[in-house]
Design a protein around this ligand. Structure first.
Ligand code: FE
Length: 357
């Protein structure tokens, strides 16, 4: 398969020319992605995204409409995107990398695949702990790792803290996904940063001792297991629950059997992570990459980014996606997200030691 066939084009028609980037965009993606050298085609943006939502395709179209910059995108799992960019080296056509979880963004940063961006607009809109200190990536939407529980078997005060999941109270009642999942690694990164290695290890050991079954599935699998009575508590990112609660009748029926606890309200606040973006290290269209990331932080960009995914908008003044208004206001952790990456290998060691596969 040639490289060109790996690309999808957000729209076949260039709707307007870009005011700031000089020459009009070429309609021929072929010249950009097959040449192997660094193309200098103005009015084009190549997005590498680890997300996979139809709404993102609409979002790219909207950006095209508003700016005249033609968007090409490549969607793949984060590990595949990372390996692709490594293989492409400085000939990579990638301008922007979008990925979920600060722990994943760290992996791109650590592999030398991003470049720093000092952007006053973004620095003003995005709180410091939600962006990489040197500007390698910016958090653009927020997701919260919460405790899902069966309200018929568990009271809210029994799941007010992450530490409760390690309590003998929940012996045989905890469902979890694999520890290699980045969401669990990032939560452990914060726990290590907050409590230190030994306490974090004790927590992991306690949770494993409570497992109802070996780790399996994704976050939705855990919510479904609670609804089915297989376990009474689990960790999930909030948006999976909200998608079920706003989904088909059977999905709504599943969500109706489960409630969410936002842990650590009386301590440091619930673990918050991000979907974020950074400028690719060898971006052929750096100006457009910056423009796109700034647009993602605009009211329009934020609405497109979070409307269907049910993430929380990053920027103040943006309306909440449908369904999020049903969740309570809650205290959010301000743990610096770029520390999640630096704790990542230690986090995996802790889980491995605990026997959390
Ligand atoms: Fe997810």
């Amino acid at each position: 398969m040639t490289r060109i066939r790996l690309w999808l084009t957000a729209a076949t028609v260039l709707l307007a020319s870009c005011g700031n980037s000089g020459a009009p965009a070429s309609d021929s993606s072929k010249s950009v992605v097959e040449s192997g050298d660094k193309p200098q085609v103005a009015g084009v943006l190549n997005v590498y995204s680890a997300r996979h939502y139809d709404s993102d395709k609409e979002m790219y179209k909207q950006f095209e409409t508003e700016t005249g910059i033609k968007v090409r995108f490549r969607e793949s799992g984060a590990p595949e995107l990372l390996e692709t960019m490594k293989a492409e080296g400085d000939a990579s056509p990638a301008d922007v990398v979008i990925s979920s979880d600060a722990g994943t963004l760290y992996r791109f940063e650590a592999a030398g695949l991003l470049q720093p961006l000092q952007d006053a607009t973004l620095d003003e809109k995005i709180p410091e702990h939600f962006r990489q200190a040197d500007g390698y990536w910016y958090g653009l939407a927020r997701r919260v790792r919460v405790i899902a529980y069966d309200p018929e078997r568990v009271t809210p005060d029994e799941v007010a803290h992450y530490s409760d999941l390690a309590s003998p109270r929940f012996k045989g009642e905890v469902c979890m996904r694999s520890s290699t999942n980045i969401y669990n690694l990032s939560l452990m990164g914060e726990l290590i940063g907050r409590m230190g290695h030994d306490a974090a290890q004790a927590w992991a050991n306690g949770v494993v001792a409570n497992f109802a079954r070996p780790p399996q599935g994704g976050d939705i699998t855990q919510i479904e297991a609670i609804a089915a009575g297989e376990c009474s508590v689990a960790l999930t990112n909030h948006y999976y629950y909200v998608r079920l609660a706003t989904g088909s009748p059977s999905e709504q029926a599943t969500a109706a059997k489960v409630k969410l606890s936002f842990p650590e309200q009386d301590t440091t606040g619930t673990h918050v992570n991000v979907t974020g973006a950074g400028v690719a290290a060898h971006a052929p269209h750096r100006d457009n990459a910056v423009k796109f990331i700034e647009w993602l932080a605009s009211v329009d960009g934020q609405t497109w980014l979070t409307g269907a995914t049910k993430e929380y908008p990053m920027v103040a003044g943006v309306a909440l996606p449908e369904g999020l208004d049903k969740l309570p206001d809650f205290k959010k952790s301000d743990f610096p997200l770029d520390e999640l990456g630096t704790h990542q290998s230690e986090a995996q060691e802790v889980y491995d030691t605990a026997g959390w596969n």
